[in-house]
Design a protein around this ligand. Structure first.
Ligand code: HEM
Length: 168
């Protein structure tokens, strides 16, 4: 009887701790199993997103084969008007820039409340971002663009790009 009670208590504790960690995003440069609600693979990019339970915070991530820059843009399927986050690692030093797409260009823009982490391992660069959700998600759908280039900068054009809709 005593053992059954102990077992039941252990089961409850395990469930509570699973519920607390499952789906929690950590900005550590890794897209881990169960971390994001939606994960899609397209054009050699892995793109992931999750909306916090209270829908106030949006977390997005992109990973792909490059030793140069990696970027994710949200809010539209085009460069124009997209809120973009670009990142690269040069000589072990990470750099991130928040930009607004304008035509086929982009320029730095304020990003209050946003934070990002970029990492590069074995020729793969991963960028993870957390930001206020604002109105980026419409009817449960997030429009996302992704791109990467071989240089460590925020100016050069992509050699790979994609656009897709994620259901959150
Ligand atoms: C200065 C840097 C950039 C330049 C010069 C540039 C240039 C261009 C050009 C000329 C096109 C037309 C089609 C083509 O030639 O491929 C294009 C399309 C595209 N780019 Fe960029 N791009 C830049 C950065 C970015 C970034 C940072 C992203 C992602 C966050 C991105 C995502 C896309 C996508 C998804 C398309 C196809 C959709 C569209 O027409 O807007 N680009 N880009």
């Amino acid at each position: 009887m005593k053992y059954r009670l102990i077992l039941a208590l252990l089961a409850v504790t395990a469930t509570v701790s699973w519920a607390q960690t499952a789906g929690k995003v950590t900005l550590d440069g890794m897209i881990n199993e169960g971390e994001y609600k939606t994960v899609e693979v397209k054009n050699e990019f892995t793109i992931a997103a999750r909306l916090s339970d209270d829908k106030s915070t949006l977390q997005v991530a992109i990973k792909g084969p490059t030793t140069g820059w990696m970027a994710i843009g949200i809010g539209t399927l085009k460069m124009n008007g997209s809120f973009m986050i670009l990142g690269y690692v040069a000589d072990g030093k990470p750099s991130v820039s928040y930009e607004l797409g304008k035509g086929y260009s982009h320029a730095p823009t304020p990003a209050p409340g946003a934070s990002a982490f970029v990492s590069e391992t074995d020729g793969v660069t991963t960028l993870e971002v957390s930001l206020p959700a604002l109105s980026y998600v419409k009817d449960g759908v997030l429009q996302v663009i992704g791109a990467s280039g071989p240089k460590d900068d925020f100016k050069s054009k992509h050699t790979r790009r994609t656009a897709l809709e994620l259901k959150l």
